[in-house]
Structures are given as structure tokens and as C-alpha cells.
Design a protein around this ligand. Sequence first.
Ligand code: AMP
Ligand code: MG
Length: 344
Amino acid sequence: MKTKLVKMDALPEAGEIIRAGGLVAFPTETVYGLGADAMNSEAAARIYQAKGRPSDNPLIVHIADMDQLDLVAREVPPLARKIMETFWPGPLTVILNKKDEVPDGTTGGLKTVAVRMPSHPDARALIRESGRVIAAPSANTSGRPSPTTALHVLEDMDGKIPMILDGGPVGIGIESTIVDMTGEIPMILRPGYITKEMLEEVAGEVRVDPAVSGRQMPEHVVAKAPGMKYRHYAPKGKLTLVEGDTDKVVDKISRLAKEKEREGFRVGIIATDETMDRYHTGIRKSIGSRENPDTVAAHLYGILRECDDLDLDYIYSESFFEKGLGNAIMNRMLKAAGYHLITV
Ligand code: AMP
Ligand code: MG
């Protein structure tokens, strides 16, 4: 299959592809998504095939208008509605009980459905143009870092899907927060740009699934978002995170990097704007500014992909405070590092 990389003027053709059960990759404010008609199980099956995704890992259904919620959700509790009214359109996915019409192929056999109303104008335009609700996971090959540019999507999906809509680099750079609203108390199943603190302000008490809040591999707890149990976001080289007092972190990373370089390996260092100049070994990359965690989130996956392009054997990265957006950043980094974290 030939993959077309096109701009938004190809929107009518993109809508036709979705209606015919085909796949279109498109930008959202979080990461690029790989979209298909959510109510067509054959179309959803094509997503799993293109990504090489395990079939028990359900998809998020994207809507453009509140009317579309009734197509997929059996009921919407008042607190869920309040949360949606506050954070939609935006980077928040809500788990609700599903309507029978939503195929098992979209929800991985679950009786619940994940729904999100994205704010990216291109995503909204595609949903409206197609006249469908669009199931879309991140548009990467399963296990690779999520795509934050159309070229990242092309790297993974070339020859596997008919069309990629190029809307430029995304704004946020990490996937949506997932909150389960089927129980009494909202439960965060995946941390993201909408933080626990932001949700608490609107919803009162909010809990976090133990499987995603820990700093250790969640071996004995079963993740409630099936996707969170898979090795994810990982670069090919071995990534190690170092945390602690900044001077000590710089020192430790420098020593580890020197050691591996001496052994003949290709070594990368993930630093910050503030510490970049303090490293003198390996291939150095700044992930963003500590003063502005948004920049760190925006560059995270691009840098992990660069580590692959550079064929790095060992990568050492600084860590981030697990507060606010830092929670989501560290959740993704710990997974990418296989939970390999050194405290100095
Ligand atoms: P992705 O869009 O690639 O970020 O993947 C979607 C994420 O949403 C995965 O981690 C899924 O496990 C999660 N998800 C989708 N539907 C549900 C659901 N009904 N219940 C819990 N998690 C879900
Ligand atoms: Mg994904």
C-alpha cells in the first residue's frame, strides 16, 4: 500500500477513507492518532494490524460534539458530565459504560468505552468530515515512542496505511489523562496533561490506579487501563534515569557515560536547558527547561526516537519531580527505562 502524506486540503478524501473502513493518521493536541470508524469492527481490526497492537488493548473513541457521546455511552453520571464540561475539548479521556452498538473490536471486549473530545482543529475537522466517531490509539508501532510529528508516523506506518494528515508538530506531546468514571470515585488510570490536582478541583476526591503511581514495575497489581501493562515508549538503547540533587546527578551521569564510552559504546545524555553545558561526554540532548515542564513533555518522545536514529547503546537521563505534569512525564520515562532508576 502506498502511504500519502498530505495537508488538510485532503480532508474530503480523508473522510471518505474513514467512511469506507480505512485508516487515517491525524494530529491531536496530545500525540498523532491512527483513526478508524469506531462503530465498524473490521475497521478497528485494521488499527491493531497496522500497529502490531495486542488485541486486548482497547482504543479511545474520539468525538467532535457532545451529541456524539450518546452514540457510545450507555449513561453519563453527573460528575462525569461536570468533568467533561470543564476539560473538553482537551487532553482528557473518560471511561464510561458502553452502548451495545460499540463493537468488542473497539473496546477489546470490555463493557466500558474510553471517550475523548480533542481540541486540535484538524482532529475535530476529520471527525466532522467523516460523520463518524473515530477510534484512535497513538499512531506508532506498538512499543515504540508515540509520534509527535507526521514524519514520526511515516517512520512507523509507511506502506501500512493509506493516509497521514500532516498538521505539524503537536502541542502537548504526551497522551491524554485517562479517568475512570464508572465507579463512585474518579480513578486515574493513566496520568497525563490534566493532573490529579486539576481533577480534584472539579470533582473532589480523585484516586490513582496503584499500577500507574508507583516507581517500580507493577508486577503484582493489574493495570486497569490494559495498555499500561505493556512495555512502551522504549528506545532501543538501554535507558537509565538518575535522580537526586542536581550536582550529584550531573556528576553520576557524567561518570556512567564516560565509563561506557571507554568500553566503546555509543552513549547519549538527556539533559535540560539548565544543565546542558555541564556535560562533556556522549551525544547530549536537552529535553527542555526545568522551569517549564510543558517543554519537557513536548520533546520527550522526539528525543527517544532520536536516540534510535543515533543508534545509541546507552542513554542516561535526568529525572523530574513527580508533581503536576511531572507525574505524567516520569510515568512515561520510567516505562521507557524499564523502571531503571538510580538515586544519588
Ligand atoms: P493509546 O491511545 O495508544 O494511548 O491507548 C489507549 C489507552 O486507553 C490504552 O492504555 C488503553 O488501555 C486505554 N483504554 C482504552 N479503553 C479503555 C477502557 N474501556 N478501560 C480502561 N482503559 C482503556
Ligand atoms: Mg499508545
